[in-house]
Design a protein around this ligand. Sequence first.
Ligand SMILES: [Zn+2]
Ligand SMILES: [Zn+2]
Length: 457
Amino acid sequence: MTETLSKAREILLRYSLCGRCLGRLLAYDKPGTRAPEAGEEIMAKLLREALALLNHSRESAVALIKALSESGYRPAQKIAEEQGLRVEARICPVCLGRLTDGVIDEVVAESVKRVSDYEFEDFLVGAYIPKYIASVEERLFSEFGLAESETLRKEITREVGSRLEALLGKPANFTSPEMLILVDIFTGTVEAKPASLYIYGHYFKNQPNIPQTPWYCSTCWGAGCERCAGLGRIYPDSVAEYVGEPAMRMAGAIGYKFHAAGREDVDVTVEGTGRPFILELIMPRRRRIPLETLKEDIERNSRGRVKVDMLDYATHSDLKMLKVSIEGSVKRYSAIVQFERNVSIEDLASLETALRGAVIEQYTPTRVLKRKGEKIRKKRVLNIKSTLIDTHTVRFEIEADGGLYVKELIHGDAGRTRPSVAEILGNTPTNISLRFLGILKTLHHPKQPTSNHARPK
Ligand SMILES: [Zn+2]
Ligand SMILES: [Zn+2]
């Protein structure tokens, strides 16, 4: 304690910390002590020390009484008055006098009000600390060797958090809270930030010409012009909108983001096991939405053109997995291709042999060169099966590395993709109709979210 006291004296003679901030800085060796009581105790001891010194070492006694008074310690202010000392209380340079139980109660009450619109199971409190305050605090830490002291931020979040736990009847969650409550004791303001709600699923589209995301007119970017007949877009609808809009309404969210495991060209259908996606609903008011109803709404709104399946709640880490999973995944396609000239069964047999397991070298396809830079990529064809439908028409089933441009694999892109079906057959495709059949052996299917709360399926 004597060490603590001498440190406290040293600090107070240079900074007019309030009792609570002093207590927080120095109470680290006394677990379970709250900062206000710790500060009070230290200040009382220092005042007794000053009073004992008053008769034989008046100068240092007066300095200490003044320092304690400037810090706002009432008993010291009374003594100062009795001794005829002129002192004015100063504002604590760390909390600006705002770290009081009164202010904490205020932001707690405001927090309760702010979160009342939202459904959530657990929460985390964050505290806004102005930069210059944080730097004053850091200077104190290094100047007085207080590396183990609790920070202002920690004290605020702990105090506010424990009161909110009691008031809301919900636990704090330090890893993936459903609600983030940002408090600012300096202004008394509170912000409620509900975590995004993630919904996993697979989508299917049985017709081409529905882009995955809204396809805006690149001339007017949505404003409407001659080229797009005033619509502002090239295609009237999209998978993202069919899935996102009803989900957004159900969750009372302010927006959504549609994250998919890759994307198909607009003229490619999605069948088989479908394409995995995660819908992110932003600032949702509700976190339990009837997924079965959502599924039906999507199908009805799109008149059956877009369907979803395997809907389930997911987490932010599932979203990361979804993005990573595209790398190293294997995708299945089926293509109906019409050729310029006759194709024989023998041609197809040697084609299969040549392409099975082949590494395809592809320069960025001509059709996407405007958007993406020139680059060569090497992707494998793992398997290819072909069936002759008529003399000019072949049906292919292809399994290939994710990221292989399949249309270019077929027509060769004027030699920019090699080898290609066109090159091996020595025959030019005149029409390619492609279907995406799903992703093989990749995605872990998200389990229930990491929080422990049971959710309705
Ligand atoms: Zn303070
Ligand atoms: Zn336009």
